[in-house]
Design a protein around this ligand. Structure first.
Ligand code: ZN
Length: 272
């Protein structure tokens, strides 16, 4: 809708600010808190950026590309170019963000204890809130991703996602009720955003162009291949028809010899 403005680059990852973030920053400066408000916002969003780098650098280490880190009205997001390759990978990538926030919280409180400076207590408090809030078991928040990854080992990716989305909706309704009861506009807005984002996660999990039972992790949408170089042509031929089922599964799996195929299928099963 609105362009995101790039304001930097760290570890080769572009940092972008959405217009909603800039509007919020302007509103804080003009109507609420002035310069000290801006300082608090920058402290909070600086912490959010480090949290997102926890996700992004872990993802990159696990072979998942990162296209950017963006800031918006509610916080930040690390944009990954593909799904993690396994449930364990998703759990680790999701946990890395809150782990960074907990470390920053501990650092803040330790420095506060050592120096007595209020700003460090603030750093600790902000990061503790970020860590705990993101661990709520509601997709697409980190806690929801960890929960979905653990569930998917038993129930598969699609069912695990559907169950996680139901929990997200309960949390969204709870946010809505509390927001109405205390007239907290931001919480009300968050309830709507959470509901919409959880629905999007569900739609993405159900989009299953090849009817593969283990859709979800280990997707090869970006020309990645676990089969080795030899089959890349076949994979990519399948890619071009993304959205249409191949005529027969044999066309899709053409390439490996029969025993190898069985090994590959077993391998895929084990991955989930
Ligand atoms: Zn996170």
């Amino acid at each position: 809708m609105f362009p995101a403005i790039q304001f930097g680059r760290l570890f080769g990852i572009p940092l972008r600010a959405r217009v909603s973030f800039l509007l919020m920053l302007t509103a804080v400066l003009l109507f609420w808190g002035g310069l000290s408000g801006i300082f608090l916002v920058l402290l909070a969003f600086g912490s959010v950026i480090l949290h997102e780098f926890g996700h992004a650098l872990t993802a990159r280490k696990l072979g998942v590309g990162v296209s950017s880190i963006e800031l918006h009205f509610f916080g930040g997001v690390a944009n990954l170019t593909s799904q993690p390759k396994s449930a364990n990978d998703e759990a680790v990538i999701a946990a890395a963000g809150p782990a960074v926030s907990f470390v920053l919280a501990a650092l803040g409180y330790t420095l506060h204890a050592a120096t007595g400076l209020g700003v460090f207590a603030l750093l600790g408090a902000v990061n503790l809130v970020i860590a705990v809030f993101n661990l709520l078991p509601a997709l697409p928040m980190d806690g929801g991703r960890i929960f979905r990854a653990l569930l998917s080992k038993r129930y598969g990716f699609v069912r695990a996602t559907e169950f996680s989305v139901k929990i997200s909706r309960v949390v969204a309704i709870a946010f809505g009720v509390v927001g109405l009861a205390f007239m907290q506009l931001q919480l009300l807005l968050l309830a709507f955003v959470l509901w919409a984002m959880a629905s999007a996660e569900q739609a993405a999990a159900r989009r299953n162009p090849y009817g593969q039972p283990h859709y979800g992790y280990g997707q090869r949408h970006y020309g990645q291949s676990h089969y080795g170089q030899r089959n890349r042509g076949q994979r990519n031929r399948g890619q071009r028809h993304y959205g249409q089922p191949p005529r027969t599964p044999e066309v899709y799996y053409q390439g490996p010899s029969e025993p190898e195929r069985i090994v590959v299928l077993r391998y895929n099963q084990r991955r989930n």
